[in-house]
Ligand binder design. Sequence first.
Ligand code: SAM
Length: 274
Amino acid sequence: MEAGILYIVATPIGNLEDITLRAIRILKEVDLIAAEDTRHTLKLLNHLQISKPLISYHRHNEDAKSDILIQKLEEGKSIALVSDAGTPGICDPGEKIIKKCIDLNIRIIPIPGASAMINSLICSGMDTKEFTFLGFLPLNKKLRKRKLEEIQKSNKTIIIYEAPHKIESTLKDLKQILDSNRKITLAREITKIHEEFIRGNIDELLQNIDNLKGEMVLIIDGCQEINNEKKWDTISLEEHYLFYENQGFDKKDIIKKIAKDKNMTKNEIYQKFI
Ligand code: SAM
C-alpha cells in the first residue's frame, strides 16, 4: 500500500483571514489533523466549517505520537499537521515527525502561510538580505550568555521570539551587550487589533514597554561596526574620525576604535594624526 502524505499546514498568527485557500482545501481533504492543542484548532476548524478527526501532537508527546502518526501514514492515511499559530516546526512541534518521515521515505508537503518571524522582519526596517533567527533565548545562564555574545557580534539582523512577561528582563540583558546606537524593533500582536511596531535603540525600547501585553518579536539590527569593517581601508583617517565623532564618542574612544578597525596601535594612529 502506498503511504499517505504528511502536510505541514501554516495557520493564522492572529487574524483568521490569514489562511490560504490551499490550506483550507487540504484541511478538508485529509483523513486526520494532528494539532498542538486540539481545542485551539477546533475553534479554527469551526470557523472554517470543517469537521475532521483531531489527534494531539505537542512538545511533550512528540515521540510517542509521531510513531502513531507514522503508522497511520503507512496505512495510507493523509495527515495535516498544524500548530496553535503560524508555521509548525518554527518554535512549535513538528521537527520529530518530519525527520521520521524523511527516514521512512514518507512524502511531506509544506502548505505555506503565516509566520511571526518573517512578518516582523519585513516591517522592522532592518536589513532583510541576511538574518539569523534565534527563536526563544535560552533560560540557562551559560547558554543565554553565549547567545547574547553571538547577538553582540553579529553583523546580520537577529530575530528573537519572546513572551510578554519576560520581555523586560530580556531587554535588560540586551542592554548589557548592545551599543546604545544599535537599532531594535519590537513587533507586537502582528495581524491583530493592537498590532504595533515600536522602533528605537535599547534605552528607548526599555522606556516603552510598561505593561506591554500580547505576543512579541524582537528584531535587532546587525552590528554596524562589523558591517563597516571592510570599508575602513577605503576611507581617510579624517573621515574615519568624523564617523565616530558623529556618533558622540570622545577623542580617546575614537582613537581606540580606529586603532581596532585598522588593526594598528593607538600610538600609530596618534602619529598619523600629528
Ligand atoms: N510557529 C509560530 C510562527 O510560525 O511564528 C511561532 C510559535 S512560538 C510558540 C510563539 C511566539 O511567536 C510568540 O511568543 C511570539 O514571540 C511569536 N508570535 C506568534 N504570534 C505572534 C503575533 N501575532 N505577533 C507577534 N509575535 C507573535
